[in-house]
Design a protein around this ligand. Sequence first.
Ligand code: ZN
Length: 333
Amino acid sequence: MKKRFGNVIGNAVNIELLATELENGTQSHAYIIEGPVGSGKHTIAKEICKALFCLREGEDFPCGKCRFCKLTEAGYNTDISFWSKGEKATIQVDVIRDLTSTISYAPDVGKYKVYIIEDAGKMNVSAQNALLLSLEEPPSYVVFLLLCTDSASLLETVRSRAVTLKTELFSTDFVESWLKSSPQVEKSGADSTFVRNAAIASGGSLGAALAALDIKADGSAALAKEAEVMVEKLCRAPLAQRLLYFSSLKYSRGEYEQLFTFALKALRDLIAVKTGSGETLFFTDRESAAAVCSRVKMKKLVELYDAVSAADADIKANASSNTVLTSLACSKA
Ligand SMILES: [Zn+2]
């Protein structure tokens, strides 16, 4: 049977209606996607993007098979851009001016250009006013997706020019039964108690529930915790403390490999949070990731990612773990 928006779970958003509009090309030029953290706003946004660009090479819609579905899924569709407040408390007018200055250029590769504004409720009034003109009369190829937790913080003039889609958190029971039916559970070897706990800990977010399982699947939660400490030390601690910390680690080669895998996932999250793109995979939510990387520069995060990747490669190439850890502790980043 043909699946429409198969990756979207739950019915908070009227998926049938949205899918029909997208399939017929009669979609709105702007959507406000509103809902609490972890309620799947990014999932809906990604599905809308896939549907806009999809070449329809299969029965499902979006097909998930065509070049554009794959590009979009992997985050490499250059006609989709993300805009956010970055390090600032609000999205200021210069961000929106940068955005609107690119609107008149035709799409790179597809039929559309999608502008995703993260935390759109954090746009200050002048930023919202700067966006208004583009919201009123965008070129036909432009689609805006405004993600926010509460659309009340948007001006009425902005809200009236977009269609609002609401997402909701799920009940613990729903998350538990959804987890039980997901293939990841079997793969992770999680027992029913663990599944129940993951559902409770998820706070109603399917993404957070899966992240909890992912950690289970990859080995032990203790190693994940250690990876978080390692990343914090790398980000913040002075050299002497880093050396002390790394010299205190006593793990097997296999455990170091897992530790570095976790650390790379965590750093990837931090980079994603900095650039305002995507959901977190390692941290349970954007807030806890943001807390770790506040006041840490993007350049440093990228350098740390490279340093941990190098350590990971060295461990896999059988280098002595002492040497690997010492050079990681001393990495210039
Ligand atoms: Zn497709």
